[in-house]
Design a protein around this ligand. Structure first.
Ligand SMILES: [Fe+2]
Length: 205
């Protein structure tokens, strides 16, 4: 196993680089099929990372039509798995590094916090654990399991934690094999619009 420290990841600088990473995710799954039959993902978890992101973005576009940053965060939230395939635990942190420059601090924070949001919901919301997919249950333990009281306080102090919870619920709802949602072609102009808006804001005196 090759683990890559997050500080060796190069932050994305252009929409083209992001689209290339999304294209690379098209035939990747969070848990690739291995030779061990018992370790193979359930059918509900065979949605590829790109289709999963597109479903997640579609849920968020329906629920939060005016929040393009949240929608794009949903689209890209699992690309850390593609950039650093052997470090599932770190995929949120890797995503934060990848997207901070191009998509901004809020999108980057949402991507990182979607991992902690699962641990938070399992801790504070009775019944949430029963809604998780088998894969989410499995990775929950690897990610640290339920939060301690101090971790709950720290999570609730994060400025974007409420939107990270919205993203987390969309994430769990976005694992439906064969669901037809708008494709990557429809998202590229929206990503370009988000990037262009950020560039204008960043060049203002
Ligand atoms: Fe996800």
């Amino acid at each position: 196993m090759t683990l890559m420290p997050t500080d060796e990841l190069a932050p994305l600088q252009t929409t083209e680089q992001l689209v290339q990473l999304l294209e690379r995710s098209r035939h990747r799954s969070e848990r690739p099929d291995g030779p061990d039959e018992s370790a193979r993902p359930a059918a509900s978890e065979r949605v590829g990372i790109l289709d999963h992101g597109l479903q997640c973005a579609a849920v968020l576009r329906r629920d939060r039509p005016d929040d393009l940053e949240l929608q794009v965060a949903g689209l890209v939230h699992d690309l850390g798995h593609v950039a650093v395939p052997a470090d599932a635990d770190g995929h949120g942190r890797h995503g934060r590094v990848l997207f901070a420059d191009l998509l901004g601090e809020r999108v980057a924070a949402l991507v990182e916090l979607h991992v902690a949001a699962k641990r938070y919901l399992v801790t504070v919301e009775s019944g949430y654990g029963g809604t998780l997919s088998p894969g989410s249950v499995r990775t929950l333990a690897e990610q640290g399991g339920p939060m301690t009281p101090a971790e709950v306080v720290a999570f609730e102090a994060e400025p974007h934690h409420l939107d990270a919870i919205v993203l987390r619920r969309a994430d769990e709802a976005a694992k439906v094999p064969g669901r037809v949602v708008p494709g990557l072609d429809e998202w590229i102009p929206r990503i370009e619009a988000l990037v262009a808006t950020r560039r204008i804001l960043n060049t203002r005196p």
